[in-house]
Write a protein that binds this ligand. Structure first.
Ligand code: C2E
Ligand code: CA
Ligand code: CA
Ligand code: CA
Length: 279
């Protein structure tokens, strides 16, 4: 038993080394990825649960590594967060999303709000508000078409300055959503203090909605809270008609998930904007 214990330990050690090696390799090729133009944006529809009409598009970052494999953000965003590159890459995301929206509008396509993710480190960076202001000025985008998504945990980490930053964003006409709602910070007091317009119910509460009475109770409680505070609600990760029906029944106005559409490259997202105009 002792020998096999040691083998397990060695196996674990080897796995750790492999993970560390993979991470090291990713980090070194990430260094030049922005300059090499390897990042791209995909867009996932957020729809109205009653009409299924397009309400907004969430902007999701992808890395086309060596011009080939598409790497998902869960693999590389933690690395960018750690080495600080998220500030530059995040600025690129905001600028590119605004440019894309303006290009679509120039083609006569529907102008729908874009929901852009902000990471904790990016939110804490002093230059954020100035950089957003500059991008809005340079691209000419209507700021009411820009929404930022930020997690509860990221909001709480910034302490006293959070309110000031949110006020400045609001002052520019931009909206703020709480991402992954229910998975982070346990106090809800911030919902009263901060100018938040929307909350996104995390996929964790949607996944087993049909089977789990507890998850239905959580969704009902979130809806009651949101209604009394005047917040809109988006449910994330909706994959089945059953989930969509239950969410609609609970009064959840917006939903996002594979049932409606996967994240799409810009060309395919543009087709949705055309169809939306026609209806
Ligand atoms: P998130 O903000 O919670 O984004 C939603 C994630 O759920 C996306 O994963 C999306 O593809 C996935 N998803 C959507 N519908 C479904 C569904 O029905 N089922 C399942 N299983 N998944 C669904 P993705 O694109 O891999 O992004 C992962 C996370 O990476 C995001 O989670 C967000 O936290 C982060 N992220 C993505 N783009 C950016 C970015 O530009 N900046 C920053 N800071 N973070 C980003
Ligand atoms: Ca998000
Ligand atoms: Ca989310
Ligand atoms: Ca998430």
């Amino acid at each position: 038993a002792k020998a096999s214990g040691r083998n397990n330990y060695q196996f674990f050690d080897q796995r750790m080394n492999q993970a560390a090696a993979r991470r090291f390799e990713l980090e070194s090729s990430l260094r030049g990825a922005l300059q090499r133009g390897e990042f791209e944006l995909h867009f996932q529809p957020i729809v109205d649960t009653a009409s299924h009409r397009l309400h907004a598009l969430e902007v999701l970052l992808r890395w086309r590594r060596d011009g080939e494999t598409l790497v998902g953000p869960d693999e590389f965003i933690p690395i960018l967060e750690e080495n600080g590159m998220i500030v530059a890459v995040g600025e690129w995301v905001i600028r590119t999303a605004c440019e894309q929206s303006m290009a679509w509008q120039a083609q006569g396509l529907a102008a729908v709000p874009l929901a852009i993710n902000l990471s904790a480190r990016q939110f804490m960076h002093d230059g954020l508000v100035d950089s957003i202001r500059r991008i809005v000025g340079e691209t000419g985008i209507d700021p009411s078409l820009v929404e930022f998504e930020i997690t509860e945990t990221a909001l709480m980490q910034h302490g006293g300055q959070t309110l000031e930053i949110l006020r400045q964003m609001n002052g520019m006409g931009m909206r703020l959503s709480i991402d992954d709602f229910g998975t982070g910070y346990s106090s809800l007091a911030y919902l009263k203090r901060f100018p938040v317009r929307k909350i996104k119910i995390d996929r964790a509460f949607v996944r087993e909605l049909e089977a789990s009475a507890e998850d239905r109770a959580i969704v009902a409680a979130v809806m009651a809270l949101a209604n009394s505070l005047g917040l809109s609600v988006v449910a994330e990760g909706v994959e089945t008609e059953g989930q969509a029906g239950l969410l609609h029944g609970h009064g959840c106005q917006y939903a996002q998930g594979y049932l409606f559409a996967r994240p799409l490259p810009a060309g395919q997202a543009a087709r949705l904007l055309k169809r939306d105009c026609a209806t």
